[in-house]
Design a protein around this ligand. Structure first.
Ligand code: BJW
Length: 245
């Protein structure tokens, strides 16, 4: 309780708050995390499938994985963590959320001005970068009428509109997230803090003088460097802290 009071006190005195979210925030909604025990799919490591190389080698298997995840996300609802964060962004201009999650649960909860570092599972892109198609387009049909889905302009393969390992994030998203590290309180919620550049934002916030917080069920590489680490399910922690504000 002392930790929750400490966080609530910091938040009450804060003008700007940035919350970086990861897969743990959607876990209570029923979406598996990447590196947890439920994060494996068939005989593959989830992170092995999230690469351009995997797609080039076997687009059907990669698309089956994404189609399965799209179905899962479509049947899930936002949980208390998404709802609290959405309310914070609605009530306070400078309280913002930056997410690594490709699901749309922050959006469905009503989060304003969300920065989506790793794209959206409901966006598609042309694998051949054809000139006729936009950079990405939304297609939330679940299931797809044909598998694998195709680019409607050139008829070639479409790919998921997400950021895979080895790919650059959208510079505008990185710039936006970077700017949000200059804040009073920076919270890393439900992320293993292993994947860059997202994992670096916590240290950047600390360098800017932010009070840094980790909300996680487990210890991570970031635990030793934050000002306050609160163990426990983020959906409970955020609901309890919100009630103290
Ligand atoms: C709970 C909970 C509950 C559970 N409550 N908690 C600098 C240094 C080293 C390496 C690099 C670097 N810069 C770039 C790299 C390479 C690479 C990288 O970071 N590799 C590391 C693994 C070392 N980064 C990239 O390639 C990035 N691109 C880039 O930087 O381009 C320039 C460049 C390229 C190459 C070389 C150098 C520069 C792109 C990264 C894209 C990541 N994409 C994915 C897939 C997205 C699509 C998809 O979803 O399919 O994004 S990988 C996957 O990991 C996904 C996630 O967003 C991301 C982060 O995972 P997250 O959210 O942290 O989830 P988990 O599962 O890891 O953790 C969940 C946590 O929740 C756990 O801690 C649980 O305990 C906790 N939890 N339930 C609270 N209820």
């Amino acid at each position: 309780m002392a930790h929750l009071d400490q966080l609530a006190e910091r938040l009450r005195n804060a003008t700007s708050v940035t919350v970086l979210t990861g897969a743990g925030v959607s876990a209570a909604s029923g979406i598996p995390t990447f590196r947890g025990s439920g994060g494996l799919w068939r005989n593959f490591s989830a992170t092995d499938l999230a690469t351009p190389r995997a797609f080039a080698r076997d687009p059907v298997t990669v698309w089956e994985w994404y189609a399965w995840r799209r179905e899962q996300v479509a049947s899930c609802s936002p949980n208390a963590a998404h709802e609290v964060l959405a309310r914070w962004t609605q009530r306070r201009n400078s309280w913002r959320v930056v997410t690594q999650n490709v699901d749309d649960l922050h959006i469905r909860a009503g989060t304003l001005d969300l920065v989506r570092l790793h794209g959206s599972i409901f966006d598609l892109r042309c694998w051949n970068h054809c000139d006729a198609s936009p950079r990405s387009w939304r297609d939330d049909r679940v299931p797809f009428p044909e598998m694998p889905p195709r680019c409607s302009q050139c008829g070639g393969l479409a790919r998921p509109g997400v950021v895979w390992f080895g790919e650059s994030l959208d510079p505008a998203d990185v710039k936006a997230a970077d700017a949000l590290t200059a804040c009073d309180v920076f919270i890393a919620a439900g992320t293993s803090a292993l994947v860059y550049p997202a994992a670096g934002f916590l240290l950047e916030a600390s360098a800017h003088g932010a009070f840094t917080v980790e909300l996680n069920t487990e210890t991570t590489d970031a635990t030793g460097s934050v000002d306050l680490a609160i163990r426990g399910p983020v959906e409970h922690t955020l609901a309890e802290v919100d009630a103290l504000l």
